[in-house]
Write a protein that binds this ligand. Structure first.
Ligand SMILES: [Zn+2]
Length: 430
């Protein structure tokens, strides 16, 4: 397939080129391609062509939060987890896990998000949950990297099961080798719900499988206080000593860190995933982005399962960092583009066989085409929003064409409705 007259934004500049797609891969970028007989040729009419967005930290299990009654006003993150998120995970059954992926996938794709790095929990439908999620994402055509949140909060047996779930799934799908739409990381909930013994078991397996961890780090102050209390160490030092932080680790949030912690984190080469809207909603604070970037830590962006739109997520990062710095537009367009496009692509490309989130030869053909011509040569996200998404391609196949899904989305409504009903019935009464 040839897409001609594209205004391609690759994370840095806009270039007028054509894209040739062979199967699931971008085979050539250039000008004046001659189409083969029977080859499809589409005139993109100089509209903006972006790499499909990547959400680098997500929770598909939050898809049914709308159907879940919340108990009272939570005073902090730990209370919110106890009032909403932990009871919600526990209510998910196998079908609920599948429907979460389907619903989440449809919502992300609508916003041009083509790859999700999910961090999953469903303690009452644990074994096989990652394969079930993968099936749901594949059903709607979404690329995913999955991990299960190991935690000690449901006892030793459940922690063991969660470790096994990560191990078996990663053995099969790690590196995106077996299935190019699916990859794996080793999930850990957060330090404050894990013992040293559990961390050691996880470390051994992750090391053997040569995969990275995906965990929450210093989201709320509870994580920091707990490490001091139980391990008599700063949180980053504790996780580093346990062998959890390394160049393959994705540490989500990193809000409650001081300069010393950030220096220590920089030395581990772990990657940071910021989730600005979730941090705002949970009232946990504003990430010290300046200090983190000064240590040359690679920062990507996710949404922590709160909404599905990466345009709005990166704008929220700008708003919150500007509030913190008390100056207008504190982050340059280049920094915002680097975090959303370049860094997220680097993070995801390490997890799959080919490059993800780039428009380059040899990368997966994951694209978001906007119903907009470029505003000059510079690309400024603040001028754009997801209502402009016109067409979305994943792995060389159209998922959305001219603002319409290529499959009948309505056929999933009944499954979603039934799951929401079941969740409402099973939810603890408030
Ligand atoms: Zn999270």
């Amino acid at each position: 397939m040839i897409l001609e007259n594209c205004s391609i934004f690759d994370g840095k500049t806009i270039q007028e080129r054509s894209i040739s797609i062979d199967g699931d891969v971008i085979s050539k970028i250039g000008k004046g391609f001659i189409k083969a007989r029977d080859e499809e040729k589409i005139n993109v009419k100089e509209r903006l062509v972006l790499p499909g967005f990547i959400c680098a930290h997500a929770h598909a299990y939050s898809a049914f939060a709308f159907a879940f009654p919340v108990k009272g006003q939570s005073k902090d993150l730990k209370e919110l987890l106890k009032n909403l998120w932990w009871p919600l995970d526990q209510t998910l059954d196998r079908e609920g896990v599948y429907q979460s992926a389907v619903l989440t996938g449809i919502r992300y794709l609508r916003n041009g998000v083509t790859t999700i790095l999910d961090h999953h929990a469903s303690p009452n439908a644990l074994r096989g949950s990652l394969s079930t999620l993968a099936e749901g994402f594949k059903e709607v055509g979404m690329r995913s990297c999955l991990s299960y949140e190991v935690t000690d909060r449901y006892g030793e047996d459940k922690a063991e099961e969660a470790i096994k779930e990560n191990e078996e799934f990663a053995k099969e799908f790690g590196g995106g080798i077996k299935d190019e739409m699916v990859s794996a990381l080793f999930g850990l909930h957060a330090s404050f719900t894990l013992s040293s013994e559990s961390l050691q078991k996880c470390r051994e397996i992750a090391r053997k499988l040569d995969i990275g961890f995906h965990l929450h780090l210093a989201e709320g102050s509870v994580d920091v206080i707990d490490a001091r209390r139980r391990f008599k160490k700063p949180l980053v030092q504790h996780l580093r000593d346990e062998g959890i932080l390394n160049e393959k680790t994705l540490a989500a949030h990193c809000v409650n860190l001081n300069k010393e912690d950030i220096k220590a984190l920089g030395r581990t080469n772990a990657k940071v995933i910021t989730n600005p809207r979730s941090n705002a909603n949970n009232g946990v604070g504003i990430m010290p982005l300046d200090a983190i970037m000064q240590e040359k830590i690679l920062v990507g962006i996710g949404n922590d399962g709160l909404e599905y739109d990466m345009f709005e997520e990166i704008k929220a990062l700008q708003y919150m960092q500007s509030l913190k710095a008390e100056k207008p537009s504190a982050l340059s367009p280049e920094v915002l583009n680097e975090i959303l496009f370049i860094n997220n692509s680097k993070i995801a490309s390490n997890l799959f066989k080919r490059e993800v989130g780039r428009i380059s030869e040899g990368a997966y053909a994951d694209l978001a085409i906007l119903d907009s011509k470029p505003f000059g040569e510079k690309f400024n996200l603040t001028n754009l929003d997801s209502s402009l998404i016109d067409s979305v391609m994943v792995n060389g196949k159209w998922v959305i064409k001219e603002k319409k899904f290529v499959f009948d989305v309505a056929r999933y409504e009944e499954g979603v409705r039934k799951t929401a009903e079941r969740m409402r019935e099973r939810a603890p009464k408030v």
